[in-house]
Write a protein that binds this ligand. Sequence first.
Ligand code: HEM
Length: 480
Amino acid sequence: FKDPRKVKCANLFAGPPTFPIIGNSLLYLRRKPEDVMPLIQYYFDTFGDTMRIWVFKRLVILTKDPRLFEILLSNQRQLTKNNLYEHLYEWLGNGLLISTGQKWFTRRKIITPTFHFKILQQFVDVFNQQNRVFVNKLKEMKSVQPFDIYGMVTLMSLDIICQTSMGVELNAQITNSEYAQTVREMTYVITNRMMQFWKRPDVIFNLSKDKVLYDKYLEVLHRFTRNIIEKRREMIVNEDIEIPDLDDESVGMKKRLALLDVLLKSTVNGQPLTNAEIAEEVDTFMFEGHDTVTAATTFTLYLLSQHPEAQQKVYEEVNKIVGDDLDVYPTYNQLLDMKYLECCIKESLRLYPPVPMIGRSMDEDLDFDGKIIPATVNVNLSIYHANRDPLYFDDPEEFKPERFLDKVLKNENAFVYVPFSAGQRNCIGQKFAMLELKSTMCNILRNFELTKSDVELKIMTQMTLKSSTGVHVGFKPRWQ
Ligand code: HEM
């Protein structure tokens, strides 16, 4: 039975009509993945910016109201993730994305310095190296016909996160990667389980065909990350690699410092991290660090291919900054200077935020506009829908990078635009991601003009934002 207090509180929020016992559990039944975002938009238009949904006796508050984003994301005591993440637990463990309380706090403290700008500066060499492999592959293809770039970009993002954060060269762009393919299949199975409510309880899921696939995928994903850890341990011993301290003057100047090295070296209360603790962070960063960036890269390339004027402006900007010698690659400071490119990436993250929705479980009661959202209730914050609200963005469906040029956003509330979330649980990799995106766009655009495809995007959520039709872009060599 539903908790009577929650029913009383929920009744103050509008929401779709509920059925006895199951509530709104049929919401996504027989919906195609690409129908979900428009459906939620329809509900927001009908029931307001903050509405309620019942899934059996579980109350979910769904919001796109930046005022509620601000209250939740800036509250120091509101750290706990909700059931959106529960089916990721076996895969990613209790790593930084999912953990809460003291454990999260201690880990965040250990990991934060590995994203210091001194260390990011060193990663630019890796971005350039992997971008070069990507560009060379495109050159070898000798085709200007648009194609779905998702697979190729995934391999590049994977090579980059593995080499920078784990200190291991994967060469996935050359040899392909079972891990990349399996991530795609695993996110599909997990998303299906979330949408088909009857598959959510373990007793039912364990009897389904999906469970067989799930176990197979889990084994592949975990084997891959355990191998990476083993490989790095061996490298440290065999190549006599000295892991510098973070406050070592030479870190960033001469020595690279990988996140994995810091995990291998760290102690909590005098004890080193266990293998399982290290593995959950490696699983978390391998996934978060490549899947999100892949989405952002593909959508930005797509948008620039569809908007030749913006593309030309980016091309002129990067050429002015780096010059036209293609053997010369952008430096850290040059990437920081690419302001118009940054606006294009920000606008792409607005229209197609790679993490379209985040969730919290209320750690305590909250009074919002005179309505109580009780403790333990799940709140889902739709970044995707907030980003397309005409109240805060002129022509919200249009690609207009200039809106980020002079902070001309209509509303002063910083929480209207939070593709990397905000507050203490914001994205730890956001500066890394922005730098990687700039490097990739710069290196591709200097070599190729992006050409338009007629295949339209069909947006869907499969953990991160994707297009069910793929993301099609053409690459016309500039030297022909
Ligand atoms: C464009 C690329 C990216 C986007 C849009 C993005 C977005 C986000 C968002 C919205 C969150 C908050 C999730 C939540 O509250 O549940 C988050 C958290 C996180 N991101 Fe990213 N991310 C990106 C790239 C990266 C990269 C490159 C890394 C790693 C190198 C990374 C690692 C993480 C981690 C570990 C967390 C959890 C942080 C914590 O709770 O303390 N992300 N990201």
